[in-house]
Write a protein that binds this ligand. Sequence first.
Ligand SMILES: *Cc1c(COP(=O)(O)O)cnc(C)c1O
Length: 361
Amino acid sequence: MRAWNFTAGPCTLPLEVMEKAQKEFLDYAGMGAGVIEISHRSPQFDAIAKGSEKLLRQLMSIPDNYKVIFLQSGGRGEFAAVPLNLMPEGGVADYFVTGHWSRCAYKECDERFGRAVLHECAVKDENGIVHIDYSRMQVSEGASYAYICFNETVNGIEFDRIPDTGRVPLVADMSSDILTRPVDVSKFGAIIFGVQKNVAPAGMVVAIVREDLIGHARKYCPSILDWKVMSEHDSLYNTPCVFSWYMANLVFEWIKNLGGVEELERRNIEKSQLLYKYIDSSTMYRNTIAPDSRSRVNVVFNLRDEALNKEFLDGAAKHNMLGLKGHKVLGGMRASLYNAMTLDGVKALVAYMDEFAKAHA
Ligand SMILES: *Cc1c(COP(=O)(O)O)cnc(C)c1O
């Protein structure tokens, strides 16, 4: 029996996609071999590579002057690739930090590659409520780019609008909310996302980069992090993570068939509102993020009495629920409601939370 899987990443994938992959696992496209057993230079794999790019372009309405690059560096590898590709030696970039992952990206740049200016943009008010402060997002003189993490997976904080950085290209890490809502790609210089939160099993990261920003990498930038080298080779410079790419293609098809990103946004609003509304109405649970800065995909919450955490998690396991423990840097609880999580799953969670609250009233 499949669990209700609220794990933050790697995480739940659509059942239909898992079943299709299972069916094709031993014999892909009548080849008598699985997709992980064939050459990445075969026409069968080439169809997956080209088809997936085409689908992603459709789903996100990616303008023609943007390259889509499939890489293996992981999210953290791209934290290095961003300055290596966009910032010249001795340059400067602005980091609008709103939580764990934007802070990691800031550190990677600042400690290794150049001057990163830290702007603390998640602000706590006198009642302890956190909100994103867009007025703090000022760019520095001569900045090569400004950097944000669109959805902070650990902290449960998400942008509800795109900050205006004028002529300075905006770079966004969308690892955890890619394809959960429509975004205007043309407002960004680059968008990066690891696939393991909404798209596929771990192993791949995608960079969507405006063409004029490609080709300026530092001399010593490793080839596999150089967006120009990778895009010139159609992301097949080295052996890609074929399974992850194949699964991403299946997920893109799944999204297209269910009505696209607009439909997913509708579902994600419905799912997250159900949970937030319950949390706000209860005396047992608490979320301290302002409504307009709350994540639709990672809902963090604390029990009023933290001594009950273990009992809460043990009870959840008995109710066939996985992955509700918060990230180690934050503690508490976190329910990740990615695209593959159904409304029924969220209803089951709310029912369990209510049962637990009543038992401890
Ligand atoms: C998970 C995550 C990362 C880290 O990705 P890795 O592939 O593990 O390096 C980076 N950014 C965000 C927003 C994430 O959710």
